[in-house]
Write a protein that binds this ligand. Sequence first.
Ligand code: ZN
Length: 199
Amino acid sequence: MSQLAGDEPVATVDTPRVTELVRELLIALGENPDREGLVDTPARVAAWWRDFLCPAPLSAPTCFTETRASDQLVVVGGMSVWSLCEHHMLPMNLEVHVGYVANGTVLGLSKFGRIAQRYAGRLQVQERFTHQLADEVSSAIASEDVAVAVRGVHLCMSMRGVRMETARTSTLQAVGRFKTDPVLSQQFLTLIAGQRGAA
Ligand SMILES: [Zn+2]
């Protein structure tokens, strides 16, 4: 079984300290943390941070041998994960499409969502997320022929500053044959275009 690529140690969250800090933040924002609606907010926010930053560890990737899946393009698309932009600590929604060339080995389909979830559960930038996901999938299937396309909606663009609510950011990481074979790369893009949501 392959090792998980580029996977840093899972964060440890000091939940009692985060609770205290959120209480202080509320005070600094001119709020009264003892009023009825806010009294449990610091603990609730701290529990959310703990759950978001400490996802369950990934088990080793489940690969199946399938000799008839030789030189076949597999695309798993339309996955949606939530992450946090590390520049503003505001949510970003990432629509994820992964493609690879199966050569006798296929990766369990649910694995893609779990890998994406894991890399989303941290302070991120979309470009790094796209790269990490491509690395991890490549390591899981022990092949270089991987492409990852991500379309993100960033609340730091929609809610603040330029307020471009309809803006989307697209990133594409293509490695191996997806980089060198224009036909394969085009097939991937055509397949994901058909899977994309209306948003
Ligand atoms: Zn941002």
